[in-house]
Ligand binder design. Structure first.
Ligand SMILES: C[S@@+](CC[C@H](N)C(=O)[O-])C[C@H]1O[C@@H](n2cnc3c(N)ncnc32)[C@H](O)[C@@H]1O
Length: 211
């Protein structure tokens, strides 16, 4: 499912990395790295002179990321909770996508991410507003997520954590009929939308600058 997610949400990721100007040599961390799609995308931008820490609480995710990033020796996989995030060095960028909706206290995690960044460095958060997604005009829900609509809170969240809000926007993949949008929705909900129009949960991106 991660690969499907990566397909449909690839554009918001590319937009964020582009707007930020992530460059070769950057040290970055992807928190809640899952199967490593974002870590690999970051590794391609920072190059071999950079470093990507891929952190996840699930040891299985570490193995999957290590396998996905086998060609990128700059990716270092770590099994650690976001709440306990501790890296061997300060990073230029702390990133997360589809993480905060699952954690107990999103604010505590963002504060921990900000603490991992050098002064003047960046945090980028990409989280959904699940209930703003639509299938055949009806709102989506994700009962298993602790904070399914956390995306709507992100701009305020970074400010609460003492990080300067630089930019924020929302993007939602949409489609009708067969294709990656319908397949991703089916993997998420178990329901095939058939010919119903689908708007996937908009992903809110915030770019914040650490003091
Ligand atoms: C929905 S997946 C997202 C994966 C990836 N970020 C992406 O966008 O494709 C959420 C990931 O966060 C991890 N996770 C959940 N709670 C966590 C926590 N408290 N600390 C670290 N990782 C966590 C899960 O193990 C899972 O791999």
């Amino acid at each position: 499912m991660d690969t499907l997610r990566d397909d449909v949400y690839r554009r918001p990721l590319a937009t964020a990395l582009d707007r930020l100007g992530v460059a070769r040599g950057w040290r970055v961390v992807d928190v809640g790295a899952g199967q490593g799609d974002v870590a690999v995308a970051l590794a391609e931008v920072v190059g071999h002179e950079g470093r990507v820490y891929a952190v996840d609480s699930d040891p299985l995710a570490r193995d999957e990321t290590a396998s996905a990033a086998a060609a990128h020796s700059q990716v270092v996989t770590i099994t650690q909770t976001a709440e306990d995030l501790l890296l061997p060095e300060a990073v230029d960028l702390a990133f997360c996508r589809f993480l905060l909706l699952h954690v107990v206290d999103p604010c505590a995690v963002v504060a921990r991410m900000a603490a991992a960044v050098r002064p003047g460095g960046w945090i980028v958060l990409q989280e959904p507003i699940t209930s703003a997604g639509r299938v055949g005009g009806a709102p989506l829900s994700m009962p298993d997520a602790r904070h399914a609509d956390v995306g709507a809170l992100l701009p305020a969240l970074v400010r609460t954590c003492g990080v300067d809000l630089v930019d924020a926007w929302a993007e939602a993949p949409a489609g009708a009929g067969p294709g990656p949008v319908a397949s991703y929705l089916t993997s998420l909900t178990g329901v095939d939308p058939c010919e119903d129009p689908v708007v996937l949960p908009p992903l809110v991106t915030v770019l914040g600058r650490c003091r």
